[in-house]
Design a protein around this ligand. Structure first.
Ligand code: DQA
Length: 142
């Protein structure tokens, strides 16, 4: 089964971006971890990142049409992107929202997720393990 793992803005900066919050692993490390975990679980992981809202909305439309399950770290889009939420609301396949940090323990503006209400579930606060836990949850669901 093919699974999309989508990452929003600034996640291309992992490794150098606020490592005390997001850890030392780079996006390439994370992509490798997801590919390896996917292989163990029999999932074919298509891992992508963009800083562009239009691009991520386009990827979601394609996934909706193909009924492809999605693991999504919407990054800052989590907190304000209604276009992302409206795109995700069209899904029929599972959607797992993931975060490296636990937004509930951080600034007030991070306490709202406009994506959570259209997700199957959310995994947050486990660093890169949030992604491997999401892959396992998806493998169980499928
Ligand atoms: C994040 C949390 C968001 O609040 C933030 O804007 C990010 C990353 C996380 O993975 O912890 O860019 O989604």
């Amino acid at each position: 089964t093919r699974v999309l793992v989508l990452n929003g803005p600034n996640l291309n900066r992992l490794g150098t971006r606020e490592p005390e919050v997001y850890g030392a692993d780079t996006l390439a490390d994370l992509a490798k971890l997801c590919a390896e975990t996917g292989r163990e679980l029999g999932l074919d992981v298509d891992f992508r990142q963009t800083n562009d809202e239009a691009e991520i909305v386009g990827w979601i439309h394609q996934a909706v049409d193909d009924r492809t399950p999605i693991i999504l770290n919407p990054a800052a889009f989590t907190h304000y992107s209604y276009s992302l939420r409206d795109a995700l609301a069209q899904r029929t396949a599972p959607l797992i929202e993931v975060h490296l940090s636990n937004p509930a323990t951080r600034e007030e503006f991070r306490h709202t997720s406009v994506v959570a209400g259209v997700a199957t579930g959310t995994i947050a606060g486990f660093g890169t393990a949030s992604y491997t836990l999401a892959l396992r949850a998806l493998a169980d669901l499928l």
